[in-house]
Design a binder for this molecule. Structure first.
Ligand code: SF4
Length: 212
């Protein structure tokens, strides 16, 4: 039932129509979700305070499109297997490019903000009461910055922002994801992070200056 709602949402979102399943109303937490493996970590570690978790896939940062599709497929397979509520919004790489243009050195901040704002707006539109993100699963993300931005974005919309930490189990869950044949991505998402994957000098520089 929920999976069908998710599939319907995907079709609508991908045809450019913003979706909404009006059944999702009170006592729900919107979880901004970057990928299947991190959603698995959240299922282990996130305390939603008794709320139903609704997973939102909005990842305009992921390049190229083939990589985006692989992450989306892994996410949707997990959601269907788990019988979870979820929504997929349209792929909007142009939004990400506009958000980080001329700010490449501090791009992660603008990338986080873009995704958290979109997720918070969605949560508000759907009458949910809390917001969080699977970015808290990863040891490669800036948890302090996420907490700061997430709290501010949520507060401005009257939502509670739920902070959690999946770093201790991240690698273990990643192994489990691989064991079950789930796609696990080799880089954070954007074209810069894909380049860092291969360019060691750049990777070292970004570690000091910014970028995941
Ligand atoms: S490295 Fe990751 S968090 Fe940073 S801008 Fe790229 S996709 Fe976004």
């Amino acid at each position: 039932m929920e999976a069908a709602a998710g599939e319907r949402a995907t079709a609508l979102a991908e045809s450019g129509v913003k979706r909404g399943d009006r059944r999702m109303a009170e006592r729900r937490l919107l979880l901004d979700t970057c990928c299947g493996p991190c959603a698995m970590v959240a299922r282990e570690c996130l305390d939603a305070g008794g709320r139903t978790v609704h997973y939102l896939f909005y990842n305009p940062n992921v390049h190229p499109y083939r990589e985006y599709r692989m992450r989306l497929e892994a996410f949707e397979t997990l959601m269907r297997d788990a019988g979870a509520e979820y929504t997929v919004l349209a792929y909007e790489p142009e939004e990400w490019l506009r958000a980080v243009a001329y700010r490449e050195e501090s791009r992660c901040e603008f990338c986080y903000r873009l995704r958290l704002r979109r997720a918070a707006d969605f949560a508000l539109e759907e009458g949910m009461e809390a917001l969080s993100t699977t970015l808290f699963a990863s040891p490669y993300q800036d948890h302090e910055l996420l907490q700061l931005l997430g709290s501010s974005v949520a507060r401005s919309r009257g939502l509670e922002f739920v902070v959690w930490d999946g770093r201790e189990v991240y690698r273990e869950v990643l192994m489990l994801a691989r064991d079950r044949g789930m796609y696990t991505q080799p880089y954070c998402g954007c074209l810069f992070s894909e380049r860092e994957r291969y360019d060691r000098t750049l990777r070292e520089r970004m570690k000091d200056g910014g970028g995941r």
